[in-house]
Design a protein around this ligand. Structure first.
Ligand code: GUN
Length: 283
């Protein structure tokens, strides 16, 4: 039977340490500041943004929300990003995704100053990660790395299989594991023999967004399973991308859903915002 990697407990511990760090910054006259931009009425995005703002308040980070109508033009959004890039009180800018279809997401992410890119989505941040000199690391993958570190788990020479190739999770987490000397395979919807790949993995990172797509019987005995999926199924129940019970019977460590990767994502956003503010002190 496996041990749980408790993301909620790790997040709480890290947030306590971060609150202390914010107090130290306060003494130097710096309050970390995060601007959160929400365009439109997507209900899931609304929930995430509120959670991010509450987490900021609990840690002593100043946060400001810019709530824009769904009809906001790309030019208007670019003007707001420009204003925030030049706002001295703001250390981090987060434009909540997805954006309405008429706005070019890439164009907006490119406009955020790399010095305030606490989401780690700017091509500069991604390029720095890819070339081995990371600046801001995107929050969900970074949270996964902190969870592996907490076990602790040495990725050196291990087989990591990432299922999902999104810019938010799959690709950056693969790069982070590669930087730790793992042998990394990225699987996706066109992959042949997914079961075979997963079955060889020492670490499986599932980020596909399909409920229980990864069968527990595929997991190698003793593997570590990180489940990024949060899928609502019948009776409002939340399940991951991995069949939990069957996988837990084979894995050495596994993340629960909920209470696994989820709480770490916001924690790493706070972490990045504090890191950005610290650079303000260093100037
Ligand atoms: N939408 C889903 N996850 C994220 C995230 O980590 N950052 C932003 N900006 N939007 C998201």
């Amino acid at each position: 039977m496996s041990q749980l990697i408790d993301g909620k407990a790790l997040a709480a511990k890290m947030r306590e340490q971060m609150a202390d760090r914010v107090q130290e910054l306060e003494k130097k006259g710096v309050t970390p500041g995060l601007a959160v931009v929400l365009v439109g009425e997507d209900p899931a995005s609304r929930v995430y943004v509120t959670m991010k703002e509450k987490a900021c308040a609990a840690t002593g980070i100043y946060s400001v929300e810019h709530k824009l109508a769904a009809e906001t033009t790309q030019q208007e959004l670019l003007a707001l990003v420009d204003q925030l890039n030049n706002d001295e009180k703001i250390d981090g800018i987060l434009v909540q995704l997805p954006l309405p279809a008429h706005i070019d997401e890439g164009c907006i992410l490119n406009a955020i100053s790399p010095l305030k890119d606490v989401d780690g989505f700017h091509p500069f941040s991604v390029g720095c990660l890819a070339t081995g000199n990371p600046t801001f690391r995107s929050c969900t993958p970074y949270g996964i790395m902190k969870m592996l570190e907490s076990i602790p788990y040495d990725l050196n020479g291990k087989e990591v299989v990432v299922v999902g190739r999104s810019n938010i999770v799959g690709k950056p987490v693969a790069l982070m594991c590669l930087a730790e000397n793992a042998t990394v395979t990225i699987c996706h919807s066109r992959t042949k023999d997914l079961e075979g790949h997963v079955g060889r993995a020492d670490v499986v990172i599932a980020a596909v967004g399909i409920p229980e797509m990864i069968k527990g019987s595929w997991i190698k005995e003793g593997a570590v399973v990180i489940d990024v999926g949060i899928n609502r199924v019948a009776d409002k129940k939340l399940v991951g991308d991995v069949e939990f019970d069957a996988a837990a019977a084979r894995a050495s460590y596994i993340t629960p859903v909920p209470g696994g990767v989820g709480p770490m994502t916001i924690t790493m956003l706070l972490f990045n915002t504090i890191q950005s503010a610290s650079q303000r002190v260093a100037k």
